[in-house]
Design a binder for this molecule. Sequence first.
Ligand code: FMN
Length: 500
Amino acid sequence: MSQNKISISEIKSHNQSDDCWIVVDGQVWDITSFAPEHPGGPGIIYKYAGRDATAAYNEIHAPSIIKNGLSASANKGVVDQSTVTKEWSEPLPDETPKAAPKPSSEKPPLDSIINAHDFEIQARNTSTAKTWAFYSSASNDLVTRDLNASLYSRILFRPRTMRRVATIDTRTTLLAMARLIHPDGELAIARACKTRKIIQSISNNASYSAADIVSQPEVSDHPFIFQLYVDKRKEKTNALLAKIKSHKNVSAVMVTVDAAAPGKREADERVKADESIENPMQKNKPKNDKKGGGYGRLMAGFIDPDLNWDYISWLRSEIGYDMPMLTKGVMSADDVKMALDIGLDGCVLSNHGGRNLDTSPPAILVLLEIHARFPEIIRDHHPNSASVKAGLTRPFSILVDGGVRRGTDVLKCVCLGAVSVGLGRPVLFATGYGQEGVEHLIDIIRDEFEVAMRNCGLTRIEDCGPEYVNSGDIDHLVSKSRGHPYAVGWKAQMALQSKL
Ligand SMILES: Cc1cc2nc3c(=O)[nH]c(=O)nc-3n(C[C@H](O)[C@H](O)[C@H](O)COP(=O)(O)O)c2cc1C
């Protein structure tokens, strides 16, 4: 079917935030209603209102994103090439009356940053092309990365009013997970987490060693979680664990299980790697080859794809029952149930920020799947549950990460039973400003969280519950059974009888 041809003058007339068209690869899109939800903020879109955004779009998005993410009615047609003018083909002039500030390599003052999206925009404008590509990239078409964030906007609150909310108690945990963006990297994150009473999860691939991070005098009495990737060479994992356990302030180990193979992070692959940078934990250096120059592949090369439940059970006893152990990167309720059954202390529902398996489910869907399929896990094992408080059951903590950008996102997770909520990229972007930047980010999210609590009529974390959220718009995406809801399996018995 031939597409409607649209003249350049017509496209240019749709250049306002309430009537915003852009052109990507010759296709004309009405992006008015999507722009406010754009994960990178609407500013960058408004900069291209009534213009050709192809170059800017292709820098960080895969071609299919716009087609899959917008409704068919948003496609207005194709550019009428006979109307293209010289002025249209020229790059965007520097000065623009639209909402986006002029991109600058100068960091804006920290006090002009008022939300997590602002941190992302400044990181994009001021960090090196490689740093931006490595941090922001995700696998294949970025579907999961973007869905992680956008699903939160489809869950609504069910607020109660007139509840005396002048004084509230928000004691809960936010998790934070960077030297590419600031020389102090994870050292600065650790100090900020200490001043803001947040727990940092230290990556196995951090740019400083775990010892350097947890031994800083400022944080010597502050708890940390160590995130472990199981090495193909098991003796390396054992040696690392022995070192980790020698640090009194490492209070839990989190084993990442969603990285059997590194995702194809095309933005990272497309930007040449600096072959002189050494990954301090693995002592290896990046190289550019036929696949590209991805840091992601370099950092994942040592991870054991044969990781299995037998090893996790062994690790559980090896680490010792005085040290809580969790799995991170859990994407199905069945794997949560397994973790509970073999005696782990919790799970982080996560898809690695969409960096490994594209189209894997956002954590919030897995959280809802747990409610639908194994309600006892949260009802009887949530650390604040009546059953745990009465000493009848043991606590099992569900943590969530991926796409969390607002205090309202945090509150939705807490209402649905999450004990902690993790922030990945926003913390890295905020680290561009060092310790102060991370503190500012945490203050922003906490403030948004408190505003949301008050306006929902909530004063205590213990009172947050599913009755405060309406997930109707995404309920159809929640898996309600182990098998497919109607497709008939030809080897169903075998597959469904296995616990694994
Ligand atoms: C640059 C970068 C590096 C990461 N490195 C690790 C890692 O070493 N280990 C790990 O378990 N997860 C890692 N993750 C995933 C994060 O722990 C977290 O699951 C994810 O970033 C959450 O999504 P968000 O960035 O949308 O908040 C990394 C994420 C990013 C963006």
